[in-house]
Write a protein that binds this ligand. Sequence first.
Ligand code: MN
Ligand code: MN
Length: 473
Amino acid sequence: MENKEKTEGKKLEEELFNTKKSGWEKATDEDKKLIFKFSDEYIEFLNRSKTEREFVQSAKEVLDKNGYKDLNTVEKVSAGDKVYYINRGKSMYIAVIGKKKLEEGLNLVGAHIDSPRLDLKPNAIYEDTEFAYFNTHYYGGIKKYQWTTIPLSIHGVIVKTNGEKININIGEKEEDPIFTITDLLPHLAMEQMKKTLLDGIDGEDLNLLIGNMPYKDESVSEKVKLNILKILNDKYGIKEADFLSSELELVPAFNAKSLGFDKSMVAGYGQDDKVCAYVALRAILEAKVQDKTAICILADKEEVGSMGNTGMESQVFDNFVAELLNKSGENRPNLLNKVFCNSSMLSADVGVTYDPIYASVSDRTNCAYSSYGISFDKYTGGRGKGGGSDANAEFIGKLRGILEKNNIQYQISELGRVDVGGGGTIAYILANKGVEVIDCGIPVLSMHSPYEVASKFDIYSGFRTYKVFFEEA
Ligand code: MN
Ligand code: MN
């Protein structure tokens, strides 16, 4: 009946156009329930996992409860086994062994768990005019002005010369103090406000205010600093020099929450890339892994170029896969190369949501829209795809087949308009080993800011995508 009223052109349009629509339009009440429940669990996890070390710890707890074993404690692996490997407390690989031999290839989903932030300098504490401060050096690409005048908490470790490691987490509990970086009042900021956003706040001026009360002793020169060190010594047994062997990170003290009257979005710090990391973790936990071995990578140091022994450029991941080969009794010379050449991967990193307020940086036909589903970036890089990893059409065709069969909404986009900028992920590192890789993540607004925004529909679409990829790719 309805079809009769449609013109030939209308019918053709429906058949041939790739019509894009918000996923909420088709979502049933049952879908919405699942999406909101999943998002609540994500928000709870994110709020206790603001740094890479905390994320690893939270993930380990979940994995231990679900029958996963530390690979180091296992002699052999075979189909159905669930193992993980933690690299220096900052990155982690999780595997579910499939029925097929590893040499037939792995299904990898790789996210990163480090996020832009401020790190304390090694010589951290100083006093100026009865204020005590911590010196900082920012980590990753931030807009520095966004990090002043917000409540910050301190997370990380201090390692003493005897090897004792002290875990620090101050500013998260209701009764904890918070810390902040001051900015100039507008009344006296005429000169500052003429500067560009790039220069308005100097990197060396990102000093964290940590105290103002002097130690009562006239013979002491820096009384406020001494008072702070006394407090820290009483509580943690540390001295000023112990900051030399510390890794302390400043992150927003406020928590992730549902955003909007409709609660359709999540606002929170560190969603790049902990949203994809959490979703990938949930996907490997819930996937029914059959033939190919599934591996979830939670990498560190992506935001500063993936270097170092916890970054994806290191050999540690290769060693992990080699250990799986050893422990499955499958290994022989050069087999690792073959494993990689037969593997495929979703590089699970956040994308850019089209922001109508900043429309000029996007190509409206090739950007990711909020709530239109998980977003694939065929390629990354900038200015003529420079430095980018470009996924093969054959691989994308296969993935589209899997998603469409499973009725999962997705979109394919790029970061921004040609020549406006660019970016990268860990995709190229695995692609260089011979793995089929495509970037595939949840788009966000305000990326790298202290409060990033993601759509709950897209978060759940990401979960479903990674799960079917583990099961069917
Ligand atoms: Mn990222
Ligand atoms: Mn990033």
